[in-house]
Design a protein. Sequence first.
Lengths: 219, 260, 221
Amino acid sequence: MTFDWSVIWTHRQALLEGAALTVGLTVLTMLLAVPGGTMLALMRLSSNKLLQSASLGFVEFFRNLPLILVIYWVFYVMPMAVEFQLSPLVTALVALVLNISAYNAETFRAGINSIRKGQLEAALAMGMSRRQAMFKVVIPQAGRRILPVIASTWVSLFKDTSLVSVIAVSELAYSAMQIRAQTFRVLEMLTAMAVLYWLMGYPQAKLVDWIHRKYGVKE
Amino acid sequence: MNDIARAPVRKNADQPPVLVYEDVRKLYGDFVALNGVSLQVHKGEVMCLIGPSGSGKSTLLRCTNALETINGGRVLIDGVPLPVQESAVRKVRQRMGMVFQSFELFPHKSALDNVAMGPITVLGMREAEAKARAMALLEKVGLSAKAGSFPANLSGGQQQRVAIARALAMEPEVMLFDEPTSALDPETVGEVLSVMQKLAQEGMTMIVVTHEMGFARRVADWVVVFESGAIIEQGPPAQIFEQPTVERTRDFLGHLGWNG
Amino acid sequence: MEFDFSPIADNWRFFASGLGVTVALSLISAVTSILAGLVIALLRLYGPGWLRPVLVFYIDSMRAIPVLVVLVWMYFAFPLLVGFTFSPFWAAVIALTLHIAAYAAEVIRAGIESVRPGQTRAALALGMSRVQLLRKVLLPQATIRMLPAFGSILTIAIKDTAIATVIAVPELMHRAETVAGQSYRPVEVFTAVMVAYFVILFPVTRGIDRLYHRVAHLGRS
């Protein structure tokens, strides 16, 4: 059994483009999922029962489904809902944003709730409006709790982008597996894929650790 | 200088001391927690360690049963220095009982099981025998009705009394109390102190780190005053509380509102 | 726009067997991950010093590599290295265990370290050995405190089994793809399977929550 590791170098262009798309998807998803999650959290925390239930339903639904299934489902449902044909990339983005918004919503809600009620009351007692109290007292403190969790969600998202390969989006996993299919160099390409993910993911994981250490709350 | 005419007589002074601390030093990094402490504890004595927070009292207690290791000097139990090897240390710990400020009952066990745990796990006693001993001890501290209760359902004072029973279940020669009432509501402090007083009357050798000056005054045989990792004065309660010979002792007691 | 859910009804036995594989794969992987995670956590806390960086490297690497990559590598690439092949199911078990055990190890380590240090002091003061301390005081409390995290491990395992479809493990997701492809009714099929997964996953998370609330006081020292 001979191995030809040069195929990795030969196809480095495609691999690097795939890696770039992986990163791009991660960034774009998070950019959309943070406002998305915020909106859902605000709905949940509002006094309107309908908004509360809608948000709760949405969040519980997406947190209790495998992402790969959501990806397939959006891929087949979206062409029906939207009149024109959307690219797999956009489909993937929609699925990822829906999923991550749900997780973010839960993170934001838990973060805000974890700030002791006394803090809000103290702020109100000083004469602040509810809005001021939220923005000047509660949210800054909640931010410290929320940041480490968002960082962890980011790394999960980074790994989850590999799942959109099943609908032929040319991120890293898809690119690597395409090259494998073309060159029949299974071990080499799959190992290269793992190593490339590792090279990108390991520093991110370490960064998340640092964030947890710096901003983590000791109970 | 000491203007009490006769030298204070220690309990059981004719017998060799149970515990001897020789020039004990303990460091935490650069911080000197114990700066050459020398002290003797006699059999049946109730010794109270008092002093400001951070003065080394609790540290000395934890060095006694090797929960902390000392950096200098010796701790002798019945004339034998504290061993270094883990299994020998465990044997020494079985001869001492310790009661903690935060009670530290095992939350996943009932009161009875907490008290029986030492004999069963460490002494290898049969379960029935251990539980009988545990029940008798719970009776002694007034909590036989709560034998099946879990710590989450007991008040602070009740938890601490169970903790005392748990330590007594090992039939120790010495009982070490590390601020046993500091975490309790004022109402429940009394119930714990009366259990401790009863123990003292039965002749148990006790070392008590405490801020309860009333207890020290009434129950202690010997009081040791700590400051900044050293002993500044020691003597019978009458001396320490009424005629302290050292200025800083007077200051400390004065700050606590103790006026003799 | 009409919907036709008949492919699901017609193939219910096919789906049911897929569901069985999903359940089996999830349970087996969750159990092996927790056991492996326990060993790793204990080795990391109490094992020889040289082993620690190796274990940390493994744990951090699994945080960086997607489970899809591990699955695919284990099924397609690993046999080329060692000379024998696994069935898709067992390749999936190994890959999922490898991936999830890293997470489990961290959960367990955090659980043990979260027990108050006073508990250790109290147990040692009674004369317990380190082994007795671990078995009778730390692990029981840690296990109770970690119940929600164990629940999330099971949830992760169930969701990850759906990814095993890419190596043709005949679990529920794979069945869904097959039937969707044959019947040209992907929306109905995938919607039905969504409901199925939700019905499995939702009670698991809720059940663990309820159980935890009932026993939480036993872990709080």
